[in-house]
Design a protein around this ligand. Structure first.
Ligand code: PLP
Length: 232
């Protein structure tokens, strides 16, 4: 099995290749290393290989790593479902939250964000596969949520995030993102800092780059298959 630095380098190569193929500007796609369930030593390896942006799904697990890895330039993105009783920990410890899908959570994050840290970057999670997932706001309600969130003082609305239904077929992968891309292009001119489309995971990031992705969230292609979360 390839090492974490080798995996990062091959993912970066494929990002560059897809960017060229689809006419994207160089360095317009950020690689977010999704490190959920991985121990701090794995994140250290990625950091040594130049990785700076990390994505976490579980608050308690993430806080331990954030405390263990107070390293220069490191940027933490929260990408998991958000429970109301966890918003303070998220607001105080993360730089980005990509999974905001309702106003109640956005309001709590804004009021609990320490002003000394500056605004918390947020993306609205949009549900583009309603049959498969309960997370994310419906696409036809996203604009209204963006308008409300953009008014909150301690949040900076940066864009949209989505998780599609899994497919191994590139044409199907690209098609799934089309409505989101249209929404993103329509909304971007309406907000001051709306520059982020977080789409693409290990199995479909090239397709996502063809649809305008600016953040690809890659876990298993960097760290290997995850051990299933134990339910015991
Ligand atoms: C786990 C996860 C990823 C990464 O998935 P891989 O298929 O391992 O690359 C990306 N985004 C979210 C929201 C996730 O929960």
């Amino acid at each position: 099995m390839a090492s974490i630095p080798e995996n990062i380098s091959s993912v970066r190569q494929q990002i560059n290749q897809a960017s060229q193929q689809y006419g994207r500007a160089p360095n317009s796609v950020t690689l977010l290393a999704v490190s959920k369930t991985q121990g701090p030593e794995k994140l250290q390896e990625a950091y040594q290989a130049g990785q700076r942006e990390f994505g976490e799904n579980y608050v308690q697990e993430a806080l331990e790593k954030i405390q263990a890895m107070a390293l220069p330039e490191i940027v933490w993105h929260f990408i998991g479902p958000i429970q109301a009783n966890k918003t303070r920990d998220i607001a105080e410890n993360f730089h980005w939250v990509e999974s905001v899908d309702r106003m109640k959570i956005a309001q709590r994050l804004s009021s609990q964000r320490p002003e000394s840290l500056g605004p918390l970057n947020v993306c609205i999670q949009v549900n583009i596969s309603a049959e498969q997932s309960k997370s994310g706001i419906a696409i036809d309600q996203a604009q209204s949520l963006c308008e409300q969130v953009s008014q909150l003082p301690n949040l900076r609305l940066r864009g949209l995030m989505a998780i599609p239904a899994p497919s191994t077929e590139p044409a199907v992968q690209r098609k799934a993102y089309e409505p989101l891309r249209e929404l993103f292009e329509r909304l971007a001119p309406q907000f001051a800092h709306f520059d982020t489309l977080s789409i693409g995971m290990s199995g479909d990031y090239s397709a996502a780059i063809s649809q305008g992705s600016t953040i690809v969230r890659v876990g298993s292609a960097i760290f290997g298959a995850r051990a299933p979360k134990s339910s015991a």
